[in-house]
Design a protein around this ligand. Structure first.
Ligand code: NAD
Ligand code: MG
Length: 407
């Protein structure tokens, strides 16, 4: 709970908030821009970034009058300059330009780049003590201890934007750390919640991309189908709120209305509810420490009628069990878990492995990294990225045998 900021001096009321959106062209980026669009007089956009989508980036930069726009692909600089011609908006390209976007002065940063690629840019915002809405869970899973201690040192304020963690953040205020007994994060169960292990093994990309409740980027949608996303979120909760694996439970809740709950010693359970729309947790972060108007549909529980809950099945969804194993094994193992999963998802998307191979590749990589001792807890960003790099190499080496093996 050390990461939870107090209602303090970061008030937004009364003055224009300078905002930066890292990953502005993605799903979280679009939800963030949609909230800003609703009350543009409250915000000044300092910087926006994208990976390769120059057209989308330039369109947003022009619409919001951004000061700086950066594209990660260095070969796109000319294209970006041309798209921004005459606007007076400064531009840059390459990883250094993404980092510059994070470093430039602003009050609030949305960290919504996907994958471990978001780590260095998020750290650049951390180091200048910004208020950061953290959507990018992979950077915590990759280097959580290190990330949170850098944030504490720089007095950066980390606001959890992931819906479950945002729910916990809202509920945690109801008691003190020593009164907390456990937290519960919910999972929709994804499109394969009721499927047999054999059907999950052979699920297609198209089936994995059909999330029942949430509309999200491709990687996280596949992670939701494998429940690796919930595994990443268990690890994320552990680092964000300084919780042991035993203090974090997962509950399958197919309607995705209750996002997270905190149980206290007196057996009170405090929950946060809302429609499954990322604009609600993002609005909570954007307004912090005040509440702003949301853009999601109002919650109509009478219409929904029933909220149901079930225990997760660790046999059909081994990725979730592996997340707990990685947390218990030590800090470097969570870096390996994330890296191997990124490789596995890319391999599944390109048809190199079956859906069931995702968890097998992650497990094989975790075991191999444990054997060669390469998964010690990262003490620097270079350590984290080197464990990440090594794990990607191990995963790539294991890929051919995973491709052939059925469960
Ligand atoms: P997305 O794929 O829709 O968007 C990713 C964004 O990051 C895009 O703007 C893309 O251009 C940029 N990007 C990708 N690779 C990059 C790189 N190498 N360098 C610089 N920029 C790069 O993803 P998303 O669904 O918006 O998710 C973003 C992050 O938020 C992920 O970490 C995800 O786990 C987390 N998250 C997403 C949701 C959701 O509902 N979408 C919910 C909770 C958490
Ligand atoms: Mg989530």
């Amino acid at each position: 709970m050390n990461a939870v900021p107090l209602r303090n001096d970061k008030a937004v009321n009364g003055h224009v908030r300078q905002v930066t959106v890292l990953g502005a062209t993605g799903s979280i980026g679009a939800s963030t821009m949609d909230l800003i669009r609703a009350t543009p007089e409250k915000y000044q956009v300092a910087a926006l970034t994208a990976n390769t989508d120059v057209e989308g980036l330039a369109k947003l930069a022009r619409e919001f009058g951004a000061r700086f726009a950066a594209v990660a692909d260095p070969s796109r600089l000319g294209e970006l300059r041309a798209a921004l011609d005459g606007s007076g908006i400064e531009s840059g390209a390459g990883e250094s330009a993404i980092i510059e976007a994070a470093q430039r002065a602003s009050d609030w940063v949305m960290a919504a780049i996907s994958g471990a690629a978001g780590l260095r840019p998020a750290l650049a915002a951390v180091d200048r003590g910004a208020t950061i809405a953290l959507a990018n869970k992979e950077c915590l899973v990759c280097a959580g201890d290190f990330f949170m201690s850098r944030a504490a040192k720089a007095q950066a304020c980390i606001l959890p934007a992931d819906s479950e963690h945002n729910a916990l953040f809202q509920a945690l205020g109801s008691g003190n750390r020593d009164e907390l007994t456990r937290v519960i994060i919910t999972a929709s169960g994804g499109p394969f919640r009721t499927w047999s292990a054999a059907d999950i093994e052979n699920a297609t990309l198209e089936q994995a991309l059909k999330h029942p409740n949430w509309s999200m980027g491709q990687k996280i949608t596949i992670d939701s189908a494998s429940m690796m996303n919930k595994g990443l979120e268990v690890i994320e909760a552990s680092y964000l709120f300084a919780l042991s694996p035993d203090e974090i439970d997962v509950l399958v809740h197919p309607q995705s209305i209750v996002h997270g709950m905190v149980e206290f010693a007196d057996r009170s359970v405090v929950a946060q509810l809302g429609a499954p729309d990322m604009r609600t947790p993002i609005a909570h972060c954007l307004g912090w420490p005040d509440r702003i108007s949301g853009r999601a549909a109002a919650l109509d529980l009478a219409k929904i009628g029933q909220l149901t809950f079930e225990a997760p099945d660790y046999e059909r969804f081994p990725g979730l069990r592996l997340a707990y194993d990685a947390l218990r094994a030590g800090k470097g193992a969570t870096t390996v878990y994330n890296a191997a999963n990124e490789v596995a998802v890319a391999a599944f998307i390109s048809g190199k492995i079956r859906f069931g191979g995702i968890a097998r590749l992650v497990e094989g990589t975790l075991n191999a990294a444990a054997r060669d001792g390469s998964a010690q807890g990262p003490a620097t960003v270079e350590d984290a990225l080197s464990i990440d790099h090594n794990a990607r190499n191990i995963a790539a080496t294991l890929l051919p045998q995973i491709a052939l093996k059925a469960s």
